[in-house]
Each structure stands twice: as C-alpha cells, then as structure tokens.
Design a protein around this ligand. Structure first.
Ligand SMILES: C[S@@+](CC[C@H](N)C(=O)[O-])C[C@H]1O[C@@H](n2cnc3c(N)ncnc32)[C@H](O)[C@@H]1O
Length: 207
C-alpha cells in the first residue's frame, strides 16, 4: 500500500499532513506571487497545480492573478466534496490519468517524494500536456544551490529532508545535476533556477 493510500485510512493523520502542506503553501505563496516572481506568470492563462494538496497555493495564485484559470489535480481522496471558488479541483492519479493541460503546470514538493524513474514518468506526463507552449514550474530543494548563491547555509535542512524522503517514500532531495538529468531524461529542452526560498528553489523548466 502506498504512503498516500495508508494516510487516507487515517483521517486525523490526513488532516495533520494536508494542514501542514497548506501552511507551508501559504508561506511559499507569499514569495511566489510577489513582484520578484511575476515573470513566471507572464502570458499564463491557465495553471494546473499537480499534486496541489488542498488548493492553498492555487487559491493564492488565483487571487493574485484573477485572469489565470487555476486547477488542482489531486488524488481523489484529497479532492473536497464541493468545488472551491478560486480553483477547480480534478481528482485523478498522475501516473494513470491524463494531467489536464495548462500553460503552466506546477509541481510543488512533489518530485522529492519519488525515485528517479517515477520522477521521469511524472515529468514526461507534464511535458506531454504543454509541449507546444508553456512550462513546468518546480518548487523543490536543489541541494547545494542556496549555499553557493549567498542564500544562507541550508545544507543540514536539505540533508535531513533527504533522509526523511528516503525513509518515508523512497524519494530524495536532488542536486542541480540530478535535477538536470531528470529533466533531460523526460525530454525537456532546458530550465532556469529562478530563485531560492530558504532551502528550496523555484525552477522553471521548458518543454
Ligand atoms: C508533499 S505533498 C505536496 C502538496 C502540495 N503540492 C504542497 O506543496 O502543499 C505531495 C502531494 O502529491 C499528491 N499525490 C501523491 N500521489 C499522487 C498521484 N499519484 N497523483 C496525484 N497527486 C498525488 C499527494 O496527495 C500530496 O498532496
């Protein structure tokens, strides 16, 4: 049974986990929708937050950019019973179903949950959905990046998170080289690290 299915059997655990994800998204959204990142959203009319949890990030983007149509694509057990006003929810499994099309697909704190093979599968599916135009926005740790760019030393946080991901999910935190390898294996033409947010980074990847 997957970590996600096991959690779905424990309502209190689900509430705690997705509440924590939502709290984190509130923090990160403050940076993502601030002036420093506005280039990310230029020309974007639709955005899909893949594995977007309870929709906190998508709602923050929709509030800041009312012209962007925001969708949250999540496991059915996470989709709320009634639709949110700010973002549309769609239930599905990103490995099995088609990820909805979007000018921008967002993967925040998703890739670090998976091993390399599964990451390439996820990235290929995302690339397939916006190959002609658009991009994929990743928010994840890039191990070592922040130290070299003067953003503070987050190496211990990054290594602790790496251990946690390995133990819980067979996932990992990745260096820039490892991230580049995944993107190239999934057929992306390039990427740019837009900026760091503490131990994590915002990365724009181009199909
Ligand atoms: C670490 S959480 C991040 C949630 C959200 N992006 C955030 O940062 O707050 C990973 C998310 O991936 C979702 N997820 C896991 N497996 C999935 C799948 N097969 N298809 C779609 N979503 C999935 C989980 O339900 C969870 O919300």
């Amino acid at each position: 049974m997957s970590f996600w299915d096991a959690m779905a059997r424990e309502p209190s655990l689900m509430q705690t986990f997705y509440g924590a994800m939502s709290g984190d998204s509130k923090l990160v959204a403050r940076v993502l929708v601030s002036d420093c990142c506005k280039e990310l959203f230029r020309g974007v009319g639709s955005l899909v937050d893949v594995g977007g949890g309870t929709g906190t990030m998508a709602a923050a983007i929709a509030r800041a950019y009312p012209d962007i149509n925001c969708t949250v694509f999540e496991l059915p057990q996470v989709v709320p019973d009634s639709q949110d006003q700010e973002a549309f929810f769609l239930g599905g499994n990103m490995f099995q179903e088609n990820i909805p099309h979007g000018d921008a697909l967002l993967l925040k704190w998703v890739l670090h949950n998976w091993d390399d093979d599964n990451c390439v599968k996820i990235l290929k599916k995302c690339r397939g959905r916006n190959e002609k135009s658009g991009k994929v926005i990743l928010i994840d740790m890039v191990v070592g990046y922040n130290q070299t760019k003067g953003g503070g030393d987050f190496s211990q946080v990054q290594l602790c998170s790496d251990l946690l991901m390995m133990c819980l999910l067979n996932g990992k935190e990745r260096t820039e080289t490892e991230l580049n390898n995944l993107l190239m294996a999934a057929g992306f033409s390039g990427y740019k690290i837009v900026r760091a947010i503490g131990p994590r980074s915002i990365i724009e990847a181009y199909p």
